[in-house]
Design a protein around this ligand. Sequence first.
Ligand SMILES: [Zn+2]
Length: 407
Amino acid sequence: MHARREAETDGASAVARARAERPEGRAAQVLALQRTAGNAVVVQMLGGSTGGHGIGGLVANTGAAQREAALSTKYGIRIGPPADRPNDHFSHSMLNRIDGILGSLPSQDVRDNPELRAIQPAGADTTSAASLYDGEDRSITMVSPFGMPSWLYTELNRGVPWQRSLMDKGAMADYDGISEAEDKALGIAGEKRQVMGGTSDVLANGNLVKWTLRHEIGHSVDRQAGWAVGLKHEPRFGGWEAYDDTHPVAVAILTEAGLGDQLDAEDRFHMTLGASVALALNPAMARGNPKRLTDLADNFPDQDQQFKDRLARVVQFGRLALAQPWTLTDGGGNTLAIGDRTYHVDHYGQWVSYLRAERERHAVSNYQFSTPEEWFAEAYAAYHDPKPEPRARLNPGAREWFEARGD
Ligand SMILES: [Zn+2]
């Protein structure tokens, strides 16, 4: 789901694990849950899992293991626990969802997909707060958010605003850069932040677990098809760029701010403007030492007011880009636009950019325009949605690509 922090990349995986292990992340989730759903629901939910024991083991899970074996044969991948924890079975309600989704997808994406080996329930030692696809062992682990019991998780609906809002809050509790104080400083306090939604209620619809299963399988199809490696740059797929080095991003922002002809101006440490801004905008630096960015002008005491005004624009750009602006309805709007592209730091801590018009015209969710891998997973989930609206929303060129590969 949408606290979905997949292990598609090693870096992302490490970040997700580090976040999941933070006790305050869990506390924030429970608080978000209490605010949204009330204490009674929290008490009911805690202590559950994707497993089939229901509330306090009241509901038996008879026959789950046999059913997992039958479904594994039917779909040619392991469905159920790995060998090292053989007693962590799915619930029947989750197996119903898995059977329904796998049966609806082309066999090339399931049985004949070498990047998908297993769909397994989370174990007690799972550190991820959300379902994930792990590209290393080619498995999908289904995690119930908030430790919610399976019977409830499998019934959640994306079209019900409070349920979607609940899941969104759980996801956002773990993202860096979102705080009331910072939102106020940025002038975006009170603006709606959403993960699953953001486009229209018609698009954010249907059963949450079904969408999540399609989404996670989409990550494996991405690897199978080589999409992220070879195709993500194409305009019909969002026109994505991801930056390992912050320097070209700094130059683009400085140029936009009118300082492109002064990249060699030196700060008080004799660092060039380009290098100084690249350092301030480096996500690790900006998270660990935000003053390096917010007080950037202090490093250029000899420059005139026009220079400082333009530098203030750079600071504003950086601060909003670091505040998960993809959760906002406008994705950061004009503040984060350079030419036809929008820039931000994704929730894995990497600078990315995409074509602004693609988001405005073709986004199926805010999450789709968080980072390239999520673009594909959301597009895949939308393309295979039994309702026509999500598929119709995709760029026609993207739809043709799915059709051409036989989806
Ligand atoms: Zn994902």
